[in-house]
Design a protein around this ligand. Sequence first.
Ligand code: HEM
Ligand code: NAG
Ligand code: NAG
Ligand code: NAG
Ligand code: NAG
Length: 462
Amino acid sequence: MRENISETWLVMITVILATAIFAKVIQVLLRKEYRSKSRLPPGRRGLPLIGDSINWYNAVASSHPPQFVEKMVQSLFGKWAVVSADPIFNRFVMQNENKLFKSSYPKSFRDLVGKDGVITVQGEQQRKLHGIASNMMRLEKLKFHFMNDIQKVMLQTLSNFNNNQVILLQDVCRKVAINLMVNQLLGVSSESQINEMVQLFSDFVDGCLSIPINIQGFAYHTAMKAREKIIGKINKTIEVYRKNGAPMVDNGVLGRLLEEESLPDDAIADFIINLLFAGNETTTKTMLFAVYFLTQCPRAMKQLLDEQDSLKNDSGEEGLTWQDYKAMPFTQCVIDETLRLGGIAIWLMREAKQDIQYQAVHLDENVYNAALSFNPWRWMEPENEEKRNWRTSPFYAPFGGGARFCPGAELARLQIALFLHYFVTTYRWTQIKEDNMSFFPSARLVNGFEIRLTRREEHETN
Ligand code: HEM
Ligand SMILES: *[C@@H]1O[C@H](CO)[C@@H](O)[C@H](O)[C@H]1NC(C)=O
Ligand SMILES: *[C@@H]1O[C@H](CO)[C@@H](O)[C@H](O)[C@H]1NC(C)=O
Ligand SMILES: *[C@@H]1O[C@H](CO)[C@@H](O)[C@H](O)[C@H]1NC(C)=O
Ligand SMILES: *[C@@H]1O[C@H](CO)[C@@H](O)[C@H](O)[C@H]1NC(C)=O
């Protein structure tokens, strides 16, 4: 009974809050008050309008996530999508091309992610940084610079679970993604160094989501401190590089940045921090949702596993080769379908008007047959071939488009494919707790996807 009362209470607050947020969004949009930066509450890149309300929601809901609150919020956010598909809203959006939300990041957020980061800068500077980021992570570089390191991280983070161990896959994917980011951006590969950086980065991210009070004991303060330490590390790497020249070992994006580009030293740290920020959560959620969808679709699971098992391994080489990566057509379909259905980047979209439409298009019955069901085979149909071109297709744009097109897209796809390889070829799993997707406060599974792992060799001898 008490629980009922508190849940009802929670629903009421949440509905009021969500309605208020919704009304506020509309108000801000329609009155063009987005120009007035100071009116926007602080929040990370994804959530500038919602900001701290989300933290509050998290705090209230985390210990006992009531399902119907999720539902209500989801349906309220359904309206957000309806609104964004509204012709008047869209016209408004079009008319404000490149003006809408411009510079909408609160100062506190910019202080944290850095004033010289690609996410917050505009115009000429954005083009320059975006060009560098795209160059650092373009397809031709992946083979040489990322392929082996990604696999090392997969083995470090995925190979050590015991038979019958119960895990929250959401947490495991978080760990995989952040370890990948730290390893590939900074070039550190020892487990202890990665862990240290990961801790600093978590403090940092917590602060990005918190109230900007720069006083000891507040998350924002801890985050500013973490930011300083991260920059300190980056500075040290730069110093060593300037003294000794190119390092013998591959030194991540940071090392190559020093080698190939000419960014001023004080812009390098912001650049790296921005990449980390942009790549972490999106990659986490895509890996997680891929396994979630596969678990619900045994036929796709079987086909993916067959494909991964069949990758020829006669080179005698450890791990997968670039040729192996190029020979995963069905896995690529699974990744595309996960990105289509998962709505992973929904929060990144709010800045780039046309992307809001893309996102709606992903689930449009007029564009996709049975749009709401997971059907990786749809991507093999000839009529979808053109639609599938995620760099240019107006019907499928999980990585955005135009000037802000995700520079990490190819890298992300490689990471996800390799994650799937190591996960499905090492383990079998059974889902322990029912789970659902939620897009509030960000894309996730409400119960974290609790599964019991069996090592595959054990599984098959039993
Ligand atoms: C599945 C994973 C990913 C998805 C779905 C994704 C999606 C997106 C989208 C939709 C945008 C455009 C946002 C906008 O228009 O404002 C974007 C931007 C960006 N992404 Fe990704 N991303 C992913 C992974 C990554 C990774 C791994 C990195 C880098 C390590 C990365 C780096 C960036 C950066 C730096 C931007 C900002 C570009 C700019 O503002 O000029 N992303 N991403
Ligand atoms: C890092 O180096 C930049 C540029 O040389 C400098 O402005 C900054 O104060 C340094 N920061 C730290 C924490 O060492
Ligand atoms: C990475 O994303 C996860 C959510 O998937 C979040 O909990 C974590 O704090 C993020 N870490 C960093 C360093 O961005
Ligand atoms: C390929 O074969 C080698 C040696 O037989 C093995 O050590 C390695 O793990 C295999 N790689 C994959 C991806 O299965
Ligand atoms: C998931 O959603 C279904 C159908 O919408 C619902 O019946 C179920 O209770 C939900 N489960 C959880 C764990 O949220």
